[in-house]
Write a protein that binds this ligand. Sequence first.
Ligand code: PMP
Length: 421
Amino acid sequence: MSPQEMMQRKANATPRGVGVMCSFFAERAKNAEIWDTEGKRYIDFAGGIGVLNTGHLHDKVQAAVAEQLNKFSHTCYQVVPYELYLDVAEQLNALTPGDFAKKTAFYTTGAEAVENAVKIARAATGRPGIIAFGGAFHGRTLMGMALTGKVAPYKIGFGPFPSDVYHAAFPNELHGVSIDDSIASIEKLFKFDIEASRVAAIIFEPVQGEGGFYAAPAEWVRRLRALCDSHGILLIADEVQAGFGRTGKLFAMEHYDVTPDMTTMAKSLAGGFPLSAVVGKAEIMDAPAPGGLGGTYAGSPLALAAAKAVIETINEEKLLDRANKLGGILKETLNGLKAEIPQIADVRGLGAMVAVEFNKPGSHDADADFTKKVQTKALESGLLLLTCGLYGNVVRFLFPLTIEDAVFEEALQKLVAALKA
Ligand code: PMP
């Protein structure tokens, strides 16, 4: 069946709210390449939105899932537990930042991990309030949306949202929000909206993902931690997009000298299988009563088998070094084009969590049209790129860290051509 016919079936059978970026359909994929049903090949710099740091169907991940599939696919962990859950929990407790006893609970999606981090924070503190940041993305569930600091397209028509959620300004030098401005905006919340003693947690992305790939400044993270400590507020790092090697460290918080009380993770944790986790201080994680946490599919054995293989692969293939290497080459390439392409306003990134931001030449006005054109041109040439940012003027790069050198080089050529076109 032709892609055009399938797009028509999509329109007839599924709601328009589930939008799709591409008008072709996937047939198969391996590492950094996808082939569509017409046999056309694409280089995947989207990674299913940051899920594929170890690539499509990494041999090790595929073998681990196949092996598990021969044993059992589901029991529901809360009914009949399995050792895999403990294996990966112990590994995450050891691998996440923080020199204290930790515990881990598994879920299925990033939004579910965020929801549960909020539940745990409320149970641990006995307080209702949650503070998030403008530009943040925390998921499409009701609490996820409430925490998300971007109205279009995520929140339109879906309110009312859960109460006691507040937004402060995320520090962003490029857009004129200083560290002082951001901290002052939190202090203002304590004056205008909610007393600090009723706030359970502050949740933030160490590197904002959907918001535009802005890394939090180190001094700000330090001040955020101090502010939390002075008011008994928990600090939650949402590493759903930044975690699992993207930034050149296993967790983005390893770039900072403070530790969060809880970390949420998903996406590249299980190399394409649905798995998320909340890892946190043991006493905080133990606040909810037995039966208060879990889910039918939470901690799927297939996904946990994949996660175990992902952790092994990141170590064996030195993917953190590779993130830094490939991110460096990409930044160098983009920086080298600044003189020729005046729309390039900023090139940034920790490790391979790289982005390029476009403004109208000679101005501070976001150039979403140019951004869209680059994405379209790249797609025509067989390179999948994702955009992001509050103003839709950022291209972000989420290629597999396992990408072959030759494929990476080919992708850069396509990228440069799309930028120049
Ligand atoms: N938090 C962050 C930082 C994310 O980037 C995302 C997904 N883009 C989510 C939460 C939600 O994850 P999911 O789509 O798996 O629910």
